[in-house]
Design a protein around this ligand. Structure first.
Ligand SMILES: NC(=O)c1ccc[n+]([C@@H]2O[C@H](COP(=O)([O-])OP(=O)(O)OC[C@H]3O[C@@H](n4cnc5c(N)ncnc54)[C@H](O)[C@@H]3O)[C@@H](O)[C@H]2O)c1
Length: 334
């Protein structure tokens, strides 16, 4: 079957999406970005794409876009992503993430898409009993955001079984870093992830960094997470499309390095790379924060032949720092 080289990237104006767009462009894809700009923003890199401003839930718009560009593959990143906000406003999260995915999938099935990649998250594991956590570990989210992603996974699996829709579910661990060439990076206004908060403190844009609990059963008592460089993550999407279009069976893949860093290790690395001391403040544990979340990351390397290029915390910090240093400070969100 002859296929076009057109891929629709929903949420392509967001943090991860912009890097996915760069990687797909570099691999020769014609990229069509669909984004409602609720949290994302257009960057100069988007000039190399076709951009459609609109909502994934706008089924007529999606259908028209798939037809107009003769789209072969879809990478679905558009979502609401702030876990605490999902607890306060669950229905908005289910509407945007689950109902939005259903509407998008209806259009994809109707059009006959050859490959569908869904952005999912380690949040579907909730509090993992075992770490590193493998793809077949129990999925028990602890907030509506995690549930909305797990539900989207379920909807995709069932739709794919009924309608012959090859798919990959990519469960990202802690995404961090920025494009090494400075073309994209974390949004100033986005969620307050540890690394970004630490860099903001190193840049003098925050007074200090809260450490939520120092009595966890980890090497130094602080939580341990698996940080994946956003450009390596983006490359996994390109490899994933090649895999599916080459006939690889649909599956779910963890996206992480299989190596964890504690909060204190992250802070020490930021201090070293930035050459600045960071003030910290001990705060109570946050409910539901697991001591350690590290990916069992074997499957993605084996199935996709994925080889990370930036799996080093100093790289991640240096690239984020370079991006955030150049960005205008905005009011911090919690
Ligand atoms: N950043 C992380 O650490 C992380 C971790 C795990 C999973 N993820 C997943 O990665 C994906 C991208 O996250 P991100 O960090 O880039 O977030 P982001 O907020 O920067 O990007 C989301 C993008 O989707 C757009 N969007 C949201 N709802 C939309 C809709 N209904 N229609 C069209 N566009 C819409 C936003 O404008 C934004 O550009 C999400 O699906 C998220 O669940 C992110």
């Amino acid at each position: 079957m002859k296929r076009s080289h057109a891929v629709l990237v929903t949420g392509g104006a967001g943090y991860v999406g912009a890097h996915v767009v760069l990687a797909l462009r570099e691999a020769g894809w014609h990229v069509i970005v669909l984004d409602n700009l609720s949290t994302g923003r257009l960057l100069p890199l988007h000039r190399d794409c076709s951009v459609v401003i609109g909502d994934v839930a706008d089924r007529a718009l999606v259908a028209a876009t798939l037809a107009r560009y003769d789209v072969t593959a879809v990478v679905h990143l558009a979502a609401s992503i702030v876990a605490p906000a999902s607890i306060r406003n669950p229905l908005a999260y289910y509407r945007n993430n689950v109902a939005g995915s259903i509407s998008l999938l209806e259009a994809c099935v109707e059009h006959g898409i050859s490959a569908f990649v869904l952005s999912s998250t380690a949040a579907v594991y909730g509090v993992p009993v075992v770490s590193p956590v493998a793809e077949d570990a129990p999925a028990e989210p602890i907030n509506p955001y995690g549930w909305s992603k797990l539900m989207s996974e379920r909807v995709l699996r069932d739709a794919a079984a009924a309608h012959d829709l090859p798919f990959l579910i990519l469960r990202y661990f802690n995404v961090a870093g920025a494009d090494p060439h400075g073309r994209a990076g974390p949004s100033q206004a986005g969620p307050a992830h540890l690394l970004k908060v630490a860099i903001e403190a190193a840049l003098g844009r925050r007074a200090d960094v809260p450490i939520y609990g120092n009595d966890y059963p980890t090497t130094d008592g602080t939580c341990v997470r698996d940080f994946i460089h956003v450009s390596d993550l983006a490359a996994a999407h390109v490899a994933g499309l090649d895999y599916l279009l080459g006939g690889g069976p649909s599956t779910v893949l963890n996206c992480g390095y299989g190596r964890g860093y504690s909060v204190r290790e992250v802070l020490a690395t930021v201090e070293r790379v930035a050459g600045r001391r960071i003030a910290t403040r001990l705060a109570p544990r946050r409910p539901g924060d697991p001591p350690e979340v590290v990916a069992d990351a074997e499957r993605i390397r084996i199935l996709l032949g994925w080889q990370p290029r930036f799996d080093d915390l100093e790289n991640i910090v240096a690239h984020s720092l370079a991006w955030l240093r150049r960005s205008e400070p905005v009011l911090a969100t919690s």
